[in-house]
Design a protein around this ligand. Structure first.
Ligand code: SF4
Length: 470
C-alpha cells in the first residue's frame, strides 16, 4: 500500500495558494489528490509552467495508483479498470468497481443479437439510491470468420454505445473487429503464448488496451507483461485463468490474490495490472442453464472479492445478475463515508393533510428501506430524513447523532406547516421511542408524537392500527 500524506504531495505543488484550482490552499488541493477528488491536471500552473516540470513528473509518479488504471471505451461510457491502492477495502477504499461485460457472439442470428444487445444496454436496477447497470459488451468470435466478426461488431455498435471487449485468439479476427471499432477504444482479448507477436502489433497499430492470457502460469504471464511493456504497451489487462470448479478454481483464486498482493504490497511494477475474471466459464461445467447461471453468480462474487478488476459474464437472468450487482455495490462503496441521502423532507406517493410524517436517518440503506416499505404498500406519506452523518437509527440514537432537538430543528428547517394538516402526526422509528416524551414538549401544540414500528416492514400494519391518530 502506498504510504503518502498531503505534505508529501504539497512539496511537489507550486505552493502559491493561487486558488486557480478552486481550492483555498495548495494543501487542501493535496488532500483532494489523496482522496482522488482532484486530479493533478487541475493545478494549471503546475501543468503549464516549464519551471515546474520536475515537480509535475514527481507528483504524477506519487499519485499514480499501485495497480495500473486502464481506460476502456471513450466518451461518457469510458470505464476505468484497476487503479487500486490497497489489498483490502478497509485499508482505505476501492475506487473502480469491476465492469461487468456480458457476451454476445458472431454466431447469433441478427434479431437475437440485437435483442440481447438492447437488453444488456438497458438493464438497470435502483439500489440504495443509485442505479446499477451493466458496463460493457464482450463480442466473442465463435465462427473464427473475420468478416462475420466485423459484421457482428458493427451491429453491436449500431445498437449500443457501451465499451466493447473484442474476443478471439485469431489475430485476423481481432483485426477485422478493430477495423470497425478501434475508434471506440475497445479492449482486445487476448494475446497468448501462440499469437502474442501479432496481437501486440494490433494493440500498437490501433492504440487499444490488450489482455494477456496465460492461464495458470504467473511467471509466463509476468514475462509476457514485461515483453509488452518493453514494446511500449502498458495498457494491459491480465488473464491468469478462471477455472470454474475443483482444485484449479482454488488455484485461480489464489492467483488473483497473489497478483493483487504483488501489485499493491510488494510494488512489483512488472505485473501491477488489472486482472480479468471469466465467470462465464461456469457454462462449461453443466448443460443446465439454471445451475450454470447460479454458479456463474457464485464465481463472480468470489472473484469480485479477490480483486477481479473486470468480468466477462453471460447470464442476464435476474437471479444471477442481482446478487452480483448488490455485492459489487457494497464492496465498492467507500467504507470511510456511509452511503447517504440528502437530509430533508421527502414525499412518498401523493401525501396531503391526512398523511403522517415518518422520521428516519440519512443512512441511505435505512432511508430507502423505509421509502420502499411505504411506497410498496401504496401509503401516501412524508419522510423526514435527519442528518446523522449516514449512521442508521439504532447506532445514531446510541451515539448521539439522532436527538430530539435535532429532529425538532430538522423539521423546522423544512418549513413544514403543521397547521395545514388534518391529522398532525410525527412518527418516530420504534428504536427512537425514548425520545417521544421530550419531543412532545418540543412540538407542544403543533403535532402529536407517535412511535412507529422498529422494523419499517411493519409500517403497513402500523398504519392500519394507529393511523389516523385518535
Ligand atoms: Fe496551489 Fe495549484 Fe491550486 Fe494554485 S492551482 S492553489 S498552485 S494547487
Amino acid at each position: 500500500m502506498k504510504e503518502t500524506s498531503p505534505l508529501n504531495l504539497y512539496k511537489q505543488l507550486p505552493q502559491t495558494n493561487c486558488k486557480e484550482c478552486g481550492e483555498e490552499t495548495c494543501m487542501a488541493f493535496a488532500a483532494g489528490l489523496i482522496a482522488r477528488t482532484r486530479s493533478v491536471d487541475d493545478c494549471k500552473p503546475l501543468v503549464k509552467e516549464k519551471k515546474y516540470a520536475k515537480k509535475l513528473a514527481a507528483l504524477r509518479s506519487i499519485v499514480a495508483p499501485e495497480l495500473k488504471m486502464v481506460m476502456i471505451g471513450t466518451g461518457e461510457k469510458q470505464f476505468k479498470v484497476g487503479g487500486e491502492d490497497v489489498m483490502f477495502r478497509h485499508q482505505m477504499t476501492f475506487f473502480n468497481k469491476p465492469p461487468f461485460a456480458y457476451d454476445v457472439t458472431d454466431g447469433m442470428e441478427e434479431a437475437k443479437l440485437i435483442e440481447r444487445v438492447k437488453k444488456i444496454s438497458a438493464w438497470k436496477k435502483f439500489y440504495i439510491g443509485k442505479w446499477e447497470s451493466v458496463e460493457m459488451i464482450a463480442v466473442r468470435s465463435v465462427t473464427d470468420d473475420p468478416a462475420k466478426f466485423a459484421a457482428c461488431v458493427k451491429k453491436v455498435m449500431e445498437n449500443s454505445n457501451f465499451p466493447l471487449i473484442l474476443c478471439s485468439f485469431n489475430p485476423a479476427v481481432l483485426k477485422a473487429g478493430l477495423e470497425v471499432a478501434a475508434k471506440t477504444r475497445p479492449l482486445i482479448y487476448a494475446a497468448t503464448k501462440e499469437n502474442w507477436k501479432e496481437v501486440a502489433q494490433l494493440a500498437h497499430d490501433y492504440n487499444v488496451p490488450v489482455t494477456l492470457s496465460v492461464p495458470f502460469d504467473l511467471d509466463g504471464l509476468k514475462s509476457m507483461a514485461v515483453t509488452f511493456a518493453s514494446m511500449g504497451l502498458t495498457d494491459l489487462i491480465l488473464d491468469p485463468g478462471t477455472a470454474p470448479n475443483g482444485k484449479m478454481l482454488q488455484q485461480s483464486l489464489q492467483n488473483f490474490i497473489n497478483l493483487r498482493r504483488a501489485a499493491v504490497e510488494e510494488a512489483q511494477r512488472d505485473i501491477a495490472y488489472p486482472v480479468m475474471a471469466l465467470p462465464i466459464n461456469a457454462w462449461a461445467t453443466t448443460s443446465d442453464p439454471v445451475r450454470a447461471a447460479y454458479w456463474e453468480s457464485v464465481l463472480t462474487a468470489a472473484f469480485v472479492i479477490r480483486g477481479g478488476a473486470i468480468m466477462v459474464k453471460h447470464s442476464t437472468e435476474a437471479h444471477s445478475m442481482m446478487p452480483d450487482m448488490h455485492l459489487r455495490f457494497n464492496i465498492y462503496t467507500d467504507p470511510r463515508k456511509p452511503v447517504q441521502v440528502k437530509p430533508g423532507l421527502y414525499k412518498v406517493g401523493n401525501p396531503g393533510p391526512e398523511s403522517p410524517v415518518f422520521v428516519t436517518t440519512n443512512f441511505a440503506l435505512t432511508y430507502y428501506t423505509v421509502e420502499s416499505d411505504i411506497a410498496s404498500n401504496s401509503i401516501d406519506a412524508y419522510i423526514l430524513s435527519i442528518n446523522t452523518d449516514g449512521i442508521g437509527v439504532q447506532a445514531s440514537v446510541a451515539g448521539g447523532q439522532l436527538t430530539p432537538t435535532k429532529i425538532k430543528d430538522s423539521m423546522g428547517e423544512t418549513g413544514f406547516d403543521w397547521k395545514g394538516q388534518k391529522y398532525a402526526g410525527l412518527v418516530l422509528p420504534g428504536m427512537a421511542a425514548k425520545f417521544s416524551g421530550e419531543l412532545e414538549d418540543l412540538f407542544a401544540g403543533q403535532t402529536k408524537i407517535m412511535v412507529g414500528p422498529e422494523d419499517s416492514g411493519r409500517i403497513s400494519e402500523w398504519m392500519k392500527n394507529f393511523w389516523p391518530p385518535k
